[in-house]
Write a protein that binds this ligand. Structure first.
Ligand code: GAL
Length: 417
């Protein structure tokens, strides 16, 4: 074997590297927590959309509803210097990541595709850090829903509830007929999802905003919040004993298979009904959570982009952002996910009655000032206060804590910075 001088070896190695990176297709690594049946079908659509645009998908899925585990994994990765291309991050957490100085600016694609004109201004501002787009919005989920199995109602001789009183009347009948009235999973984010819909039903949108968005101490400790916890304590008595730790999609499965009658959950639950081949209005009902028909708790999924040094990665990031905002993707994703498109210009015709209602109620509640951010789904307050508030709700759900003690703990938690 002839010996080559070191410089030629370096040149050869560099050429080989160049060749292999040119042969490597563009790729995005995306951190998400969409792992249930309906969610997996939805994310598969994003992979397909990207493949059609020549970009490969590297999956960074971290199971766990509402993304608590995913948020921890993301922190670990960014701290170790290896941020993914994008991650499913929402609401005020986008600003928290912006302050860390680790985000990519996607203004170029947003400007050329006129995102400012396609998005409601309130949504656009969530996607921006210091005036620049750093995230692409995927959809709008409504949280204040009650999912109902009409066959269970019928068997129990109960009717679909619109108010909290009607809800308890239906729950009593379902229980008396030997079925589980309320399907629930005892995980802090599910407890908080239930809590915020009850708070909205008991106090209305004005109270909700004062207490759970502005964190006003008087609203957090006043009689309406006491009544919210009293109502929550009553609902607890309709949940089965095996609920501790149960995943949300397993609770939805109890509605699907007729074991239980009603579930408080956002409309990602509809993704499970759809995946199971069930029809809205016939096999299941989507009702506004009792007493909340005039309001809308929103939860907007978004993909947050992280700074990447390579030009290839930056290009793939722009492709990802553009794919997410395309009308075709917004339509097919929400059809599977149970949500509605977030941008203008997506045809409504293929959406079912639940989605149509969500679209109409989003418009009406925006005009009425009752379109409010979800606390449980990271849209309302910073992550420290949210975590502390969710701890209090979970403690209340899992103990005999009084409503009076709960509101005091809640007000203290709300001060967490
Ligand atoms: C929400 C998220 C939804 C859905 C749900 C359950 O916070 O916005 O897209 O995934 O959690 O994991």
């Amino acid at each position: 074997m002839t010996h080559l001088p070191l410089t030629s070896l370096i040149v050869m190695a560099a050429a080989a590297l160049g060749a292999s990176s040119a042969a490597q297709a563009a790729q995005v690594e995306v951190l998400h927590y969409w792992t249930s049946g309906g969610e997996a079908r939805s994310i598969a659509e994003l992979k397909k959309t990207l493949a059609a645009r020549g970009v490969n998908w590297k999956d960074f899925a971290v199971a766990g509803g509402a993304g608590e585990n995913a948020a921890t994994a993301l922190k670990a990765r960014v701290m170790s210097g290896g941020a993914p291309t994008a991650a499913q991050v929402k609401g005020p957490a986008i600003q928290e990541w912006g302050q860390e100085g680790v985000l990519a600016n996607i203004d170029a694609v947003a400007r050329s595709e006129k995102w400012d004109a396609l998005l409601p201004p309130a949504v656009a501002s969530i996607m921006k850090y210091k005036g620049s787009y750093v995230a692409a919005p995927v959809n709008v989920h409504r949280v204040n829903w009650l999912w109902v199995n009409p066959a269970v109602l019928k068997k129990a001789g109960a009717t679909a509830p619109a108010t909290l009183d009607e809800f308890f009347a239906a729950a009593d009948k379902i229980k008396a007929a030997g079925m589980i009235a309320v399907a629930h999973g005892g995980q802090p984010w599910q407890d908080a999802t239930l809590f915020e819909s009850v708070a909205l039903g008991v106090g209305g949108a004005g109270f909700y905003k004062q207490a759970l968005v502005q964190l006003d101490p008087a609203a957090l400790t006043g009689p309406v919040m006491i009544k919210t916890f009293d109502t929550l304590a009553r609902i607890k008595t309709y949940i089965d004993r095996d609920s501790a730790g149960r995943d949300w999609n397993l609770a939805t499965a109890m509605i699907i298979n007729g074991k239980a009658g009603m579930q408080f959950m956002g409309d990602w639950a509809k993704g499970e009904f759809t995946a199971a081949g069930k029809q809205a209005g016939a096999d299941f009902l989507c009702l506004p959570a009792p007493g909340t028909a005039a309001a809308y708790t929103f939860n907007i999924d978004s993909m947050l982009m992280f700074q990447k040094p390579g030009a290839d990665d930056q290009k793939s990031q722009q492709v990802l952002a553009s794919a997410i905002m395309s009308p075709q993707f917004q339509e097919v994703f929400s059809l599977n996910k149970g949500s509605i498109p977030v941008r203008a210009g997506v045809p409504k015709t293929r959406f079912d009655s639940c989605a149509q209602r969500s679209m109409a109620d989003m418009d009406a509640s925006s005009k009425a000032g009752s379109f409010v951010p979800s606390l449980a789904h990271n849209m309302a307050v910073g992550s420290a206060a949210q975590g502390a508030i969710m701890d209090v709700i979970a403690r209340f759900m899992n103990s005999t804590m009084s409503s009076k003690d709960a509101v005091a703990a809640l007000a203290k938690a709300a001060r967490t910075k």
